[in-house]
Design a protein around this ligand. Sequence first.
Ligand code: FAD
Ligand code: DHB
Length: 389
Amino acid sequence: MRTTVGIIGAGPAGLLLARLLHNAGIDSVVLESRDRAYVERRQRAGILEQGTVDVLRGAGAGERMDRKGLRHDGIELRFDRRRHRVDFPALTGGRSVMVYAQTEVCKDLIALQLEEGGPLLFETEALAVEGADTDRPRVRFRREGAEDVLECDYVVGCDGFWGVARSAVPDGRTFERTYPFSWLGILADVAPSHDELVYARHDRGFALLSMRSPSVSRLYLQVPADTDADSWSDEEIWDELERRFETDDDWSLRRGPITQKSVTPMRSYVHEPMRHGHLFLAGDAAHIVPPTGAKGLNLAVGDVVTFARALAHRTATGSDELLDAYSATCLRRVWQAERFSYDMTTLLHTAPDVTPFEDRLQLARLDRITSSRAAETDLAEAYTGFPIG
Ligand code: FAD
Ligand code: DHB
């Protein structure tokens, strides 16, 4: 099999890249190790930055998002039993975010790709990228029990943190931090208890109230790093959420049947460079952020937009200039997201070995954000998103 761009992975990065290339008249083949149902059901991100929303609309993938997504103009920070709203449009000149689940973004992009795009092969596992430093890189893959090869001009590894593409970038450097806590995430069939997201800092640990629709809540609790999701009963989860969200006013948490429970580890990770010859890394294959800043999916979108623009530029002009700048262009935005995600994580979580001094500093940082327009604007700008490219 032969194509211009071989894409490994059909998460948001790989699917959007295939769509952007299709729109630019460049052919691609997507290889995905899992089946379609798995990709469409994997419960992960929920917040799309303004720039991501614009990209999806521009790619012709925004129709259902505009009907079903929920535009959010702010978030609430909760600490010391107090509530503080951060008003995004007022602080950023009109920017907002969209609550629209990653599962839905993937469903929309899969449907478009199958209708209009090039091959999207599920249950097809990439085994290795070969000849990355030549102008004919190849992806060796296994499908229906047999091995085959995809010959390409370029390969883009969109295969997530556990994929194979990164190992074909030699002499890379990695930067990493693992946090001593995880998130226990639940989906519940109950209307959200607040109309915007609530990020709560509490001595017992962080809690986040989010949503998937007007009738489905998504909530997270900070838990110790090695927690087994099944060790928490539904009642224990609701009791703990209630404690951490408690306020001095009459706000209350609505409970409902929990339909899904899982634990996510918290990690910061960057692999540099994001390119070797004709192999490019995009999304979680190159970098991970802890989820507190809601940046992972949005970074993946930035990477593939940057690659698609660079390749379209090469096709139009014959110049490699933008492809050569790919890694540096992406990494600048990646490190801003790493910084913000680290700041949000350390601002709101209670580390098991926290000292009384650090505890007071955390409250002082929250006090600063909630009393200084400059500090609050910094948060609002980062949350609604850094420019792409
Ligand atoms: P992935 O989604 O991991 O996709 C990679 C794909 O490659 C997968 O489908 C995988 O099956 C496939 N693959 C792997 N290996 C191979 C192989 N060898 N051959 C073929 N295919 C392969 N981000 C946000 O922006 N906002 C949020 O609110 C947010 N919340 C989150 C909450 C949680 C609980 C978690 C876990 C993550 C959250 N994220 C959030 C992060 C976000 O989900 C990821 O950053 C995003 O999925 C990255 O997309 P990707 O396409 O790069 O990788
Ligand atoms: C969601 C996840 C996040 O990490 C976040 O910061 C906000 C919302 C969510 O899954 O809805």
